[in-house]
Design a protein around this ligand. Structure first.
Ligand SMILES: Cc1ncc(COP(=O)(O)O)c(C=O)c1O
Length: 391
C-alpha cells in the first residue's frame, strides 16, 4: 500500500509537511551562507531566519525579537523550565516548578529544576487543571516567600482538552509567579496567543505542517533566560548557541503563515469532520467513552476507548486496513501502555489501555473519516463475534 492510499489520522503525533513549507525549505537549502557571516550569502541566510521569526511570532501574537528557535518543542520546554528565568530584572532564582499532571513528558520531568522542587497539580475528570488546587498552592508558597514557575499546556496532545490559560495566568501573576505554556498542540489550531498572559510559550513546527526537529520558545518582553541549555556561540541573541537550521526554520515560518491565514475556516472544517466521526462511533457503540468531550477541546482530536478489545489489537487492525491512528501519546506508541493523562483524569487503567486517538489535520478529507469509521465498525464487529464465540 503506498502513502497516497493510506488514511493518515495522526496529526497530533506529526502533521504532513505543507507544500509551502517544503518549497521554503528547498529554496533555503540552495543558500550556502551561515547566518552569522557578514557576507552576502550569510546575510541571505539571516534574512530567511528573520522572516521566519516574524511569521512564527505572528502565529501567537508575539514579538519577533523574543522568538528563540530550538530543535523542537522538547528543547523549548527544557529551555523554559529553569529556576534561572529573570522577569522585569528580578534576578532571584525561582523556587518551584508547578505543572499539571497531564503535561508532555518533557515538562513532567521538571527539566532543569531539582526533582524535589517539582510538583504536579491534579486535573479533574475532564482533564482540566484544578484551579482551586493551583490557587491554594500558590498562596502557601507566596506566604513562605517562594516564587513559582507554573507550566501548563494550552491543549493536551492526547485528549485535545484546552486549559483556561488566561485564568491560570491571572492566578500565577497575582502570586508573583511566572507562567510557561506549552502551546505545541494549540498554536495554529486555536486562537491561542501571548495575550492570554503566558510569559513563555513553546511551539513546534511539525504539529502545524512544518518539518520535524524545529521549534521555538517565545518570550514575553519582560522575561529573559539567564542560564542557557546550549552554550557556545552567541546565536539567537545569546539564548541558544549553535549554527541555525536555516532550512528547517524557513519551513517552520512558512507553515506558521499557512496555519495562521486559514485558521478559523480550517478549525471549523475539522470540527465538522470530527463531529461526523464521533457520531459514527456512537452509531456503532452508543455508550462509547470519548474522553474530554464535555469540555473545550481542539477541533481535530478524538480520544476514545475501544468498546471491545485493547488499543493494541485495534491499532493493528487499523494499520493493516490502511488507517494510521495512535494509542494516546506517540512517544509511548510501539509499546502500548495506559496513558498518564487518562490515569490522572481518574479513568480506570483497563479503559485507559483501550484508548485510541484519532487526530485530523490539513490533509484530512471526509473520505478519510469514512474509511476510519468503516474499519472501526468491522473491528468492533469482529471482536464482538470473537467474544460471543468464546462465551
Ligand atoms: C504537548 C506537546 N509538547 C511538546 C512536544 C514535543 O515537541 P517536539 O516533538 O517538537 O519535541 C509534543 C510532541 O508530541 C507535544 O505534543
Amino acid at each position: 500500500m503506498n502513502a497516497a492510499s493510506r488514511t493518515y489520522l495522526d496529526h497530533n503525533a506529526t502533521s504532513a509537511l505543507r507544500p509551502d513549507a517544503r518549497d521554503a525549505m528547498l529554496a533555503a537549502l540552495e543558500h550556502a551562507g551561515n547566518a552569522s557571516s557578514v557576507h552576502a550569502e550569510g546575510r541571505a541566510a539571516r534574512a530567511l531566519i528573520e522572516r521566519a521569526r516574524e511569521e512564527v511570532a505572528a502565529l501567537v501574537g508575539g514579538q519577533a525579537r523574543n522568538v528563540v528557535f530550538t530543535s523542537g518543542g522538547t528543547e523549548a520546554n527544557v529551555l523554559a523550565l529553569t529556576p534561572g528565568l529573570e522577569a522585569c530584572g528580578d534576578k532571584r532564582p525561582l523556587d518551584r516548578l508547578l505543572t499539571s499532571a497531564v503535561e508532555h513528558p518533557s515538562v513532567l520531568d521538571g527539566a532543569r529544576f531539582p526533582a524535589d522542587r517539582v510538583e504536579r497539580l491534579p486535573v479533574d475528570g475532564d482533564g482540566v487543571l484544578d484551579l482551586d488546587a493551583l490557587s491554594a498552592r500558590l498562596a502557601v508558597l507566596a506566604k513562605a516567600g517562594e516564587r513559582a514557575l507554573v507550566s501548563v499546556q494550552a491543549a493536551n496532545n492526547e485528549t485535545g482538552v484546552l486549559q483556561p490559560i488566561a485564568a491560570i495566568a491571572g492566578l500565577v501573576h497575582d502570586h508573583g509567579g511566572l507562567l510557561h505554556c506549552d502551546a505545541v498542540q494549540a498554536a495554529g489550531r486555536t486562537d491561542f496567543a501571548m495575550a492570554s498572559g503566558a510569559d513563555l510559550v513553546t511551539l513546534s513546527a511539525h504539529k502545524i505542517g512544518g518539518p520535524q526537529g524545529v521549534g521555538a520558545l517565545v518570550l514575553s518582553p519582560a522575561v529573559t533566560i539567564a542560564d542557557r541549555v546550549l552554550r557556545g556561540g552567541g546565536q539567537e541573541r545569546g539564548a541558544r548557541a549553535g549554527t541555525e537550521n536555516v532550512a528547517g526554520i524557513a519551513g517552520f515560518g512558512a507553515a506558521a503563515s499557512c496555519a495562521r491565514e486559514g485558521r478559523a475556516e480550517e478549525a471549523a472544517r475539522l470540527a465538522a469532520l470530527r463531529d461526523v466521526f464521533e457520531a459514527g462511533l456512537r452509531a456503532v457503540a452508543p455508550d462509547i467513552d470519548v474522553f474530554g468531550a464535555r469540555v473545550g477541546r481542539l477541533p481535530n482530536t478524538t480520544l476514545f476507548a475501544m468498546p471491545e478489545g485493547t488499543a493494541e489489537t485495534a491499532l493493528i487492525a487499523f494499520d493493516l486496513a490502511g488507517v494510521a491512528v495512535s494509542s494516546g501519546a506517540a512517544c509511548s506508541s510501539g509499546k502500548v501502555r495506559a496513558s498518564h493523562v487518562l490515569l490522572a483524569m481518574g479513568v480506570p487503567r483497563e479503559r485507559a489501555a483501550a484508548a485510541i486517538r484519532v487526530s485530523l489535520g490539513w490533509t484530512t478529507t471526509r473520505n478519510h473519516i469514512e474509511n476510519c469509521l468503516e474499519v472501526f465498525e468491522k473491528t468492533v464487529g469482529a471482536l464482538r463475534n470473537r467474544r460471543g464465540r468464546a462465551a
